[in-house]
Design a protein around this ligand. Structure first.
Ligand SMILES: NC(=O)c1ccc[n+]([C@@H]2O[C@H](COP(=O)([O-])OP(=O)(O)OC[C@H]3O[C@@H](n4cnc5c(N)ncnc54)[C@H](OP(=O)(O)O)[C@@H]3O)[C@@H](O)[C@H]2O)c1
Length: 252
């Protein structure tokens, strides 16, 4: 356990947008953030799963709203930002969690269609960047905010068959670092976080024969990532952090 620093952010009343909030890590992040008093907007494509996830948060006493959208849909991004602002106000914390592997079973790069590579980049890099442009600009004007990019070890290691996904995650990591450098001193913190391997639908799609007992639960990983969001000392702007290596903050 780490001592909480005196600069830890109080999430009560903070406005948070989490993409990919209908299941897996995104849902766990939305639940954890709401449990600490944040007002949450969750985004995903599947309406039934997303509305059920947000309703479960409300049933537990939190505030959560669903905005159904595809982050890769250029025409939907302004609506996402606008609906989120209308529902909860200016966003204090933006979590880019939604992502796609591309076609599964995963395939070698030379067997990957250019259109599939482009589609992975739209979901994992370009769409999130469109949302960042709409939401981080106002954060800079207000002089505070946190932008989190959920990364992967595939961004750093050259795993065969993970080419489209790994290239998109590597690009997102670098975009995160450059954005952090550009926003240094603005009050807006930009982080990239490798969550580690988790027992989720995405992991099952990528590695169907994995030993699920060896995988972390999304709720455990979400606690670590929310610690990072709250702690500007241990998780400064520009950092690329690994959730499995994070020691929990004492009070959480
Ligand atoms: N699981 C792991 O072991 C692992 C390891 C390293 C990194 N990660 C990263 O962790 C994050 C969460 O992964 P996960 O395993 O929790 O995935 P997951 O269980 O498959 O959940 C993905 C979430 O993203 C949403 N989503 C997918 N494409 C979307 C789109 N185009 N627009 C809007 N929402 C979209 C999904 O809902 P809809 O399908 O309804 O849209 C769902 O809510 C991802 O960034 C992933 O790359 C995961």
């Amino acid at each position: 356990m780490n001592e909480p620093s005196c600069d830890v952010i109080d999430l009560r009343g903070k406005n948070v947008l989490v993409t990919g909030a209908s299941r897996g890590l995104g849902r766990a992040l939305a639940e954890r953030l709401a449990a600490l008093g944040a007002r949450v907007v969750g985004v995903a494509r599947g309406e039934a799963e997303l509305t059920a996830a947000m309703a479960a948060i409300r049933d537990a006493g939190g505030e959560a709203h669903a905005v159904v959208a595809d982050v890769a849909d250029k025409d939907a991004i302004a609506r996402v930002a606008g609906q989120a602002a209308a529902l909860i106000g200016p966003i204090d914390v933006l979590v880019h969690n939604a992502s796609t592997l591309g076609p599964t079973p995963l395939r070698l790069l030379l067997d990957t269609d250019c259109e599939d590579l482009a589609a992975v980049l739209e979901t994992n890099l370009v769409g999130p960047f469109r949302l960042t442009k709409l939401i981080a600009g106002p954060m800079v004007l207000r002089g505070s905010g946190v932008v989190v990019h959920i990364s992967s070890d595939a961004a750093a290691s050259a795993y065969p068959r993970w080419g489209a996904y790994g290239a998109a995650k590597a690009a997102q990591d670098h975009l995160s670092r450059i954005l952090a450098a550009e926003l240094d001193g603005s009050g807006v913190r930009v982080l990239a976080v490798d969550p580690g391997e988790m027992d989720t639908a995405m992991h099952a799609a990528a590695i169907p024969d994995a030993d699920r007992d060896a995988l972390a639960g999304p709720a455990t990983v979400a606690r670590a990532i929310v610690d990072m969001i709250r702690d500007p000392v241990r998780a400064p702007g520009g950092a690329r952090l690994e959730a499995p290596a994070w020691t929990p903050t004492e009070t959480t």
